[in-house]
Design a protein around this ligand. Structure first.
Ligand SMILES: Nc1ncnc2c1ncn2[C@@H]1O[C@H](COP(=O)(O)OP(=O)(O)OP(=O)(O)O)[C@@H](O)[C@H]1O
Ligand SMILES: [Mg+2]
Length: 230
């Protein structure tokens, strides 16, 4: 009989007993309640849930931007607090933020090359790679070399996507990455996520309201009342 360790691959990301509470001056809000979930390489996940259900909070804990009130997040079996949140974000995880978080005084190309430098991503010609990735998300050379504040919202969103693609990491987190895109452009981005998971063996986790995106994911999870369910 096959050993269970051969048939069940180890998860790249594990959430164990994860809870998160925001504490204000007058009130406390528990947004996530005792979440346990494993995420695997080679898989594209969509997390759905109403506005305010905690999707961005969940991503910020899973991507090492914030530490949970209770429970653990582990990468390849090691607790993020042992890896160090900063090191984890630099070496293992890339995030496409809901608000893009681009460096606004730079061009699209510079946003990508800066990310490659910060994360130590090796590339013979960083600028050429940046242009290639920006073209892949539908931006031409003229748009790629313009200050990002002079691009449309959807174009800025695609710069944020290309920037995450520029860093060669195991985990890609995306917060509503197609929210500002038309249906055709969104379909192109969804194909890129599928390719990353299925051809490059990455783990892609996207939180979204988009049924179009969720329908294309390998697994859909729902976050409601602090709980994550399949
Ligand atoms: N820094 C914070 N301090 C206090 N409360 C917060 C903070 N960030 C988020 N919240 C609250 O936590 C809850 C979950 O917020 P979160 O941003 O995770 O939701 P979401 O599912 O991503 O929503 P949306 O779909 O609108 O982006 C909300 O009620 C929000 O007001
Ligand atoms: Mg959100």
């Amino acid at each position: 009989m096959a050993s269970p360790t051969l048939t069940t691959p180890a998860p790249v990301l594990r959430l164990s007993g994860l809870s998160h509470t925001y504490t204000g001056q007058r009130h406390r809000a528990t947004v996530l309640k005792n979440i346990d979930h494993d995420f695997h390489r080679g898989t594209f996940y969509a997390v759905l849930g109403p506005s305010g259900s905690g999707k961005t909070t969940l991503l910020s804990l899973a991507s090492g931007l914030d530490a949970p009130t209770r429970g653990t997040v582990s990468f390849d079996g090691t607790d993020l607090t042992r890896i160090g949140l900063g090191r984890y974000r630099n070496k293992h995880a890339a995030t496409i933020f809901q608000q893009y978080n681009l460096l606004t005084y730079m061009t699209a190309v510079q946003n990508l090359t800066t990310a490659m430098e910060i994360t130590g991503t090796r590339s013979r010609d960083k600028k050429a790679r940046a242009l290639e990735l920006l073209e892949r998300v539908g931006l031409d050379k003229q748009q790629a070399t313009r200050n990002v504040m002079r691009l449309s919202g959807g174009q800025q969103q695609r710069v944020a996507i290309a920037r995450a693609l520029a860093c060669d990491v195991d985990l890609l987190f995306a917060d509503e990455p197609t929210g500002n895109l038309d249906e055709d452009t969104a379909a192109g981005i969804i194909r890129i996520f599928q390719e990353l998971a299925h051809d490059q063996n990455k783990c892609v986790i996207v939180v979204t309201h988009s049924q179009q995106l969720a329908a294309e994911a390998d697994h859909t999870l729902t976050l409601r009342k602090g709980r994550l369910s399949a």
